[in-house]
Write a protein that binds this ligand. Sequence first.
Ligand SMILES: [Fe+2]
Length: 382
Amino acid sequence: MNPFTYCNPVKVVFGAGRLAEAGAEAAKLGRRAFVVSYSDNSVKGTLARLGELFDAAGVAHEEFLEVVPNPPIEMVAVGVEKARAFGADLVVGVGGGSAMDAAKAIAAGVLYEHGDLWNMVYACHSNVTTQPPEKALPLMQIPTLPATGSEMNMCSVVSSLARKQKSYIWADCLFAKTAILDPELTYSLPPFQTACGGVDAISHVLEIFVNGQEKSDLLHEFQLGVIKTIIKDLPVVLANPTDADARAEIMWAATCGINGWASPGDAWTPIHQIGHVLTSHHGINHGSSLAIMMPPWMEYFKAKRPAPYERFEREIMPIPEFKAFIKRCGLPTTLSEKGVTEADIPGIVQGVKDVSFNADGVMSCIPPVTEADVYEVLRRAL
Ligand SMILES: [Fe+2]
């Protein structure tokens, strides 16, 4: 097992109906809560309930409902100004990864002292000039879409509209103080979003499983356990969205997949790195980008490093069946479906190189990923 340093200070309040404790939990962290979420109907009921709970607990609150997918740093900057104007001493993210990541970036941005907020972002791995934030306002996270695990990790994925890039902020201060995981909040999720979240969570552990260290029995069991749980329960909730047990299993699996437990000592996410470029260049949503890229990645790298792929096929299912599973969940499995052609591939490869290749000219993982590898995997994904 690789050496690692591990610390996860997030207090998790988990269980159906536990949103009811949000006011009391918020009151332990601050008196003026800046609530970061979306303006659409998906979270309206939750936000209204949250407002009542905050009122009852004596926590003043202001909503910032300008979050959009792949939160742009430009939107974060607006949030920072509004949070300052409100005198926020607590930031609350309500929604999926976009809302929680925006909440993190705003919480750090309010106290950021190193100029342009984009300086917080690891936007060029081969020439790191990043100044990660050292402090942030206290954070509370309330996920309504199990997927990114943002509620229990120190990462915020953000985009830059001006730069057409998507990358991440990574800093200790981005850990939430408290995360409220109430599976009831996910019962009304549309099937497409449910499937995108499930596939995203699978990808978080699958990428470590196939690209990470070889000798790590317990960690591999954790990773396969997350994958097995989601593959078992995703069809259940797609058929019956209010299945309480399956919704709870998926929610906790998504959190555990990327809160550090399943992968200490490994940090490789090469498929995500390609996916981020598909999002920033071609507008393909996060879950779909991974749904498209995972099977061809697996087919291609199985020839280079057979062991983890053969184990996946033995313990989970053959790769073609996995692709069929993704399709059955209602997600795209080819780039062509999203209008990407072979002529687009060089630009995508360049985008991956710009953000994710290291100073040696490869993407770090086992084995290291070359420009030719990225090209070939994308070609197979057409
Ligand atoms: Fe992801």
